[in-house]
Design a protein around this ligand. Structure first.
Ligand code: ARG
Length: 367
């Protein structure tokens, strides 16, 4: 059976040069694995096999996959993140010593002439005790949600967090109906139905939808934790404003608080930092983004020009509705530094500030 799989992968490998998972698959390494190891590695590759047009083409399915299948994942990481195969990731949230920032360390977008914008910083995290979402059973998903609901009680009891948990799991005491769910999606608080994402379905990550899925929302709606999306947890701060430090610092203290709750242990790899399902997010698991109007760079109704200018600045452009969504009618786009791995958290937020300055210059020139 695994001979068939190898033949299929070798065939696809020749046809799809941009699929990183397929390109990094080596039969010579694969045959050295135990039967269980072979099945696990094939599981990681399934999304990229079913969707050969994938860019990354693989997901980790167990917290230890990056370490257990290092000969494979080190190549994947080197290729996608443009680092060496023996690289090590270091986490660091301190802005001290980062060049090109205002002397007082305040990353205020008003200094760049920008109005209040929707700012968001998120970090993907997974718990060590559960399989990653690609290998979870329905019971695992419900067990994870129940465990997190107990932890959220601690946040809900605090005056600086408060709020409540919303569950999509039928029968859950915090269950919300379709209309309430849709309202949260429209407010960009809750994630979309994962069954509509062919990469996540092929990876097994979307399985058992909507069981074990939900989100905690703080009383001021500025702090959110998704449960059961691509990672066990997506922990995020969002706010309309101009001072990036506000969302960044709040995320750091919230992460420390959640990680400090008894019984919650996040998965880390010694060499690779925070473990995430997708190798694109490994290390920091962090995405810092802004919603900004670029009417001049998007005057043709597409994000082509904005993307061409943003890419050399190290920025990714998405529609305001998230990954794989079109740009808004008014030229609103979601901008974020592309790097997540072998960069510190502080460098990510600093690079958003610095690169936005250059992007705004280009937008003004395009007037
Ligand atoms: N699996 C898709 C690919 O390989 C998406 C990867 C990045 N996006 C993500 N949500 N992890 O192209």
């Amino acid at each position: 059976m695994s001979e068939d799989a190898v033949a299929r992968i070798e065939g696809l490998k020749a046809e799809w040069p941009n699929n990183i998972g397929l390109q990094c698959f080596e039969a010579a390494y694969f045959v050295t694995l135990s039967e269980d190891g072979k099945a696990r590695l094939l599981n990681c590759l399934n999304s990229g096999i079913e969707n050969p047009d994938s860019e990354m083409g693989c997901y980790a399915c167990q917290p230890s996959d990056y370490d257990d299948f290092k000969p494979f994942f080190s190549k994947v990481l080197a290729r996608y993140h443009k680092v060496s195969e023996d690289t090590r990731h270091v986490n660091n949230w301190s802005l001290d010593g980062i060049e090109g920032l205002p002397a007082d360390g305040v990353l205020d977008l008003a200094r760049l002439g920008l109005p209040a914008l929707s700012m968001r910083v998120r970090a993907g995290r997974n718990l060590k005790e559960f399989p990653l979402p690609g290998s979870m059973t329905k019971d695992d998903r419900i067990g994870l949600e129940n465990k997190m609901m107990a932890a959220f009680e601690k946040l809900i009891a605090r005056p600086d967090y408060g709020g409540r948990y919303h569950s999509l799991t039928p029968g859950n005491p915090c269950f919300i109906d379709d209309a309430a769910y849709q309202e949260l999606v429209d407010q960009h608080i809750m994630f979309k139905n994962m069954d509509n994402d062919r990469y996540l379905t092929a990876a097994g990550i979307a399985a058992d939808w909507p069981y074990g899925r939900g989100c905690y929302v703080s009383a001021d709606k500025g702090f959110i934790i998704w449960v059961g999306e691509e990672d066990h947890l997506r922990i995020m701060c969002m706010q309309r404003g101009t001072v990036l430090n506000d969302v960044f610092d709040r995320l750091k203290s919230a992460l420390d608080l959640v990680e400090g709750i008894e019984g919650l242990e996040f998965a880390y790899s010694d060499d690779y930092g925070a473990v995430t399902s997708c190798p694109t997010n490994l290390g920091t698991g962090m995405r810092a983004s802004l919603h900004i109007q670029l009417p001049n760079l998007t005057s043709d109704g597409t994000d082509k020009r904005a993307k061409a200018i943003a890419k050399p600045l190290g920025l990714s452009v998405r529609g305001a509705g998230g990954e794989h969504t079109p740009i808004g009618e008014d030229g609103t786009v979601d901008i974020s530094p592309s790097a997540r791995f072998c960069i510190t958290e502080a460098e990510i937020v600093a690079s958003l500030y610095k690169a936005i300055a250059l992007l705004v210059e280009e937008e003004n020139k395009a007037a």
